[in-house]
Structures are given as C-alpha cells and as structure tokens.
Design a protein around this ligand. Structure first.
Ligand code: CTP
Ligand code: CA
Length: 224
C-alpha cells in the first residue's frame, strides 16, 4: 500500500483505534450524541496502516470514508463500542482511544415516540461504562493511549486521566483553541506520559499529528 517514504516503524504490530462520537437512543426518532467528527481517529488509522501496522478501527457514526486496508467496524452506543473493543483487546499491541464516548445515556429507552406536552421534560441519565478505564484495569502487553478533550486546566485534567485510567500516554487538546478540537482539519495537542516531560506540537493537520503521535509512542514504548 501507499507509503510516503516513512519507515515501517509499526510493522508486525496490531493497532486498535476508536473514532467518532457515540449515539445514545432516547426513543425511535431521537438520540443524544456529540460534536466529534471522527477525523483524528481516522487519521490515526490511516497513518498506522501506512507505517506497517495491522489496523482495526472501531467507529461511531461519521461522514468519513473508512481508510483503505483497515478493518473497520461500525458501532453506535458506548455499550456497543465497549463490546467490540473488548473482542479485539487481548490481541492488540497498541490501543488508541480517540473516540468521544458518551458519559451518560438515557436510563430508559422509550419504545414509542415521546409526545410533547406544555411543560418541561426531564430525561433521567445513567453512566455508561468508561471503556478506557476498563482497558487500563485489564492491561497486559498493550500500550494504552487515551485522548483528553478539555476546555480549561488541560494539563491537570489530562494527567489526572492518565493516572486514573492506567494509561501509557494521553493526547490532550484544548477544544476551545482556534484550529483545534471538533470538526476541524487541524489540531493542537500535547502528549503526556508518566515519566517523560510533555511534548507539545504546533497547529498541524490531523494526519500530520497522527504520524507524530505514532512516531512518539513507537520510539518511546520500551517493549515495542
Ligand atoms: N472514554 C472511554 N469511555 C467513556 C468515556 C471516555 O473510553 N465512557 C475515553 C475517551 O475515548 C478518551 C478518554 O476516555 O480517550 C478521555 O475522555 P474524556 O471525555 O476527555 O474524559 P472523561 O474521563 O470522560 O472525563 P470528563 O468527560 O469528565 O472530562
Ligand atoms: Ca467524557
């Protein structure tokens, strides 16, 4: 397949990446989702494939074309994403969770369309499973990489997630910055790990950043 002169630094590695939003159903005509476009996760899948990895992409609904030569599995809810990720986790060497997973879902799904009335409505929500935290608890050989989308206190929150979810790396972005975050073709990120100093990148395209992230984790990952 196409390779723009890169070394095949991920040859022989199995890489699992999640992308896009999740969708949580309220009733037959309504759902809750978020502003993730899937672009960052799809870029990681494409770059990893070009770098020689065997790639599985687990994607929520997006407007994107699945990258060539990548096994792509489509899901909707956080629960479906969890189940598909768990099916592939044991045999993966690198797992990157770029998806924007719903933290809550409606506690009750109405089988018929909810009718309006004159007053307000309350939809009771319950927590979804934290997929990444679950993976962190079961981690063996895997290099586990999370994303953190923040609007403030980026470093503090990102490092907190790194610890709480037992990650090797977390890629943090401030979604309020111009040229970063949801539905942009560019992003501005920093990579945090347990022991190394953070690495920050200038504003780059999501595909350029995908290569930077993969080069970073492949060079530092000790058992790689
Ligand atoms: N994540 C996950 N499962 C969830 C929620 C989040 O796997 N149910 C993952 C995301 O894919 C991402 C990381 O956890 O890699 C951080 O997601 P983020 O929303 O930034 O953090 P949360 O831990 O959900 O905390 P909060 O939304 O309160 O900031
Ligand atoms: Ca969240």
């Amino acid at each position: 397949s196409e390779n723009k002169g890169q070394q095949l630094i991920l040859k022989g590695k199995k890489l699992l990446v999640t992308a896009g939003p999740t969708v949580e159903i309220i009733d037959p005509v309504r759902y809750l989702t978020n502003r993730s476009s899937g672009k960052m996760g799809y870029a990681i899948a494409e770059a990893a494939q070009h770098l020689g990895a065997e790639v599985v992409l687990i994607s929520g609904p997006t407007a994107l074309q699945p990258p060539p030569n990548v096994q792509t599995i489509f899901v909707e809810s956080a629960e479906q994403m969890l189940q598909e990720v768990l099916k592939h986790y044991d045999q993966s060497d690198i797992v990157i969770k770029a998806a924007a997973v719903a933290d809550y879902r409606p506690k009750f799904v109405s089988e018929s369309k909810i009718k309006k009335n004159d007053g307000s409505i309350v939809i009771e929500m319950e927590r979804t499973t934290d997929i990444l935290k679950t993976l962190g608890e079961r981690k063996k050989q895997q290099l586990l990489v999370g994303f953190a989308a923040e609007t403030n206190n980026v470093e503090q929150y990102a490092k907190g997630k790194l610890e709480k979810k037992n990650l090797d790396y977390i890629v943090a972005n401030n979604v309020t910055e111009e040229g970063a975050g949801f539905n942009t073709d560019t992003n501005i990120i920093s990579i945090y790990s347990r022991n190394e100093k953070p690495t920050s990148f200038p504003k780059l395209t999501k595909l350029e950043l995908a290569y930077k992230i993969l080069q970073h984790i492949a060079s530092k990952g000790s058992d790689m």
